[in-house]
Design a protein around this ligand. Structure first.
Ligand SMILES: Nc1ncnc2c1ncn2[C@@H]1O[C@H](COP(=O)(O)OP(=O)(O)OP(=O)(O)O)[C@@H](O)[C@H]1O
Length: 488
């Protein structure tokens, strides 16, 4: 399906909305080219994303009969390409070919080392060169000084709505006014984002509400995914991570979820998953060793590694939130509980987030069908009432697990030397709790977590060391899922 941003790209400059200040300057410059060679061979269009910079280049070319050569300024091979097309300019039109207009996107992501060479090429250029950037001050000075700077302003909500209505009419859609307004509000001046949202809504109206709500919150994640999957350069893929409001290991889940939607060839999918699992291994190692320097490798694997797994994706990409997290359906409270369980698994079992989430899914099964094992897990991870209920999805089952946990706690305390007196006291306390449980709904609210702490605090100093070693010995034993299963 042709992306609507392309399908409805303005054919003429007059179709561009609300860039009245910029367009006369662009026109004047290109008309100078028709007469000869202007003083400035290049113009630098700068402004926020999705406001018509690229659209200007194409509409201009269409109106004035140029062929657009689109290059990515951050690509290392750009210099080579620019130089090739600039040579070609000397023989322009000899074979009846169209004169070329060079459009260089992302001038603010250019390698500074190549900038000087490109600036020299601009000086020699026989063809119009249009550079585009979001932040002109990040364009290397050598290049900036060779270009006329033209500002593109952020579009208003009205502009965005006008742009959307044009498409709604052309596509014969029936979209309520409120939806158009909502999309325009969320686009924050970016018509490209708004058009993409409109296409998403039109493709699947059934989950439009959720997707829109989600986009609002997670906009930067979608942008990052776009950056990773639509990137033809590893550097750009890596950069896509920079402004995401998610931790790298969370973004990994998003990438993981979207691989099969974006890549279609089995070998591409396999390679992308391979990159993801290697990233996950690095995250796991970083968590275990506390060496967070390993995150760098993990991030490289999950961005650049995934980006090179398949061919660059053009066109409309639709991303989905990770199902594992069920974020859309979960309430804020549930999310909090789920995240806390995941954190406890990560910490207690020394796992990466992905491993912890998979483990939590397994635990859910155990908590629902095997209260005995579940109780061991709950004690080990020090799960609270809400967390146990979350895993069982059933209050009664949770109650039974909590009862078993008390027994386990009792057993554990009995095995600790010099604690018989305490245990006796504990037993009495627990009996009291049991009585309350039998009469009240709030069973198990008092987990024996606190009494355990008390005991630890009161332990004689000389025992600390041996307990440390005991803990050390316990650690690897309890750190795998199979150990819980064996326990029964
Ligand atoms: N001012 C505008 N008038 C009409 N359509 C626009 C305008 N701005 C953007 N669009 C629509 O949005 C699409 C994306 O815009 P465009 O590619 O020109 O953005 P851009 O400013 O180059 O953004 P970026 O900096 O991210 O490259 C266009 O194809 C067009 O359909």
């Amino acid at each position: 399906m042709l992306p609507w941003v392309e399908k409805y790209r303005p054919k003429r400059l007059s179709e561009l909305v609300n860039q009245e200040k910029a367009l006369p300057k662009v026109k004047a410059w290109v008309e100078e080219w028709l007469k000869g060679r202007p003083k400035k061979k290049a113009i630098l269009l700068y402004g926020p994303p999705g406001v018509g910079k690229t659209a200007t280049a194409y509409a201009l070319a269409n109106e004035y009969g140029f062929e657009v050569i689109e290059l990515n300024a951050s690509d290392e091979r750009t210099y080579e390409k620019v130089s090739r097309y600039i040579q070609a300019a000397y023989t322009m039109d000899v074979f009846g070919r169209k004169r070329k207009l060079i459009f260089m996107d992302e001038a603010d992501n250019m390698e500074p080392s190549g900038a000087y060479e490109i600036a020299k090429l601009i000086e020699k250029a026989r063809n119009p060169i249009i550079l585009s950037a979001n932040k002109y001050w990040q364009v290397p000075q050598a290049i900036r000084s060779k270009a006329e700077l033209i500002e593109y302003k952020k579009l208003t909500q009205r502009d965005i709505m006008a742009g959307l209505w044009r498409i709604v009419k052309a596509e014969h859609l029936e979209v309520p006014k409120e939806v158009i307004k909502l999309i325009a509000q969320r686009a924050n001046g970016d018509l490209r984002a708004a058009i993409n949202d409109l296409q998403t809504v039109a493709v699947s109206p059934e989950d439009a509400e959720q997707l829109l709500a989600y986009r609002d919150v997670e906009k930067s994640v979608f942008q990052a995914l776009g950056g990773i999957f639509a990137s033809d350069s590893t550097k750009k893929a890596r950069m896509a991570m920079w402004n995401v409001d998610k931790t790298p290991d969370e973004l990994l889940l998003w990438i993981d979820e979207n691989i099969p939607y974006i890549y279609t060839k089995p070998e591409e999918i396999a390679q992308a998953y391979e990159a993801i699992s290697r990233a996950d291994i690095y995250f796991g190692r970083a968590n275990r060793s506390g060496n967070y320097g390993l995150w760098k490798y993990a991030i490289d694997m999950m961005t650049a590694g995934v980006a090179v797994a398949g061919t660059k994706k053009k066109g409309f990409l639709r991303f989905y939130p990770p199902k594992t997290l069920k974020i859309l359906r979960d309430s804020k409270e549930e999310r909090g509980i789920r995240d806390s369980i995941i954190r406890k698994i990560m910490k207690g079992m020394h796992m990466s987030k992905l491993e912890a989430i998979e483990t939590m899914a397994i635990f859910k099964g155990i908590f629902q069908y095997n209260p005995e094992k579940a109780a061991h897990i709950a004690v080990f991870l020090e799960l609270g009432d809400k967390e146990i209920e979350f895993l069982t999805e059933d209050k009664e089952k949770a109650k039974s697990i909590k009862g078993k946990m008390m027994v386990i706690h009792k057993e554990l305390k009995k095995t600790e030397p010099g604690e018989e007196v305490k245990v006796e006291k504990e037993e009495k306390e627990q009996e009291k709790v049991k009585e309350v449980e039998e009469t009240q709904e709030t069973v198990g609210k008092k987990e024996p977590k606190e009494p355990k702490k008390e005991i630890e605090e009161e332990k004689p100093k000389e025992e600390e060391k041996s307990e440390e070693t005991a803990k050390e010995e316990k650690k690897p034993k309890q750190a795998t899922l199979f150990d819980f299963i064996k326990k029964k």
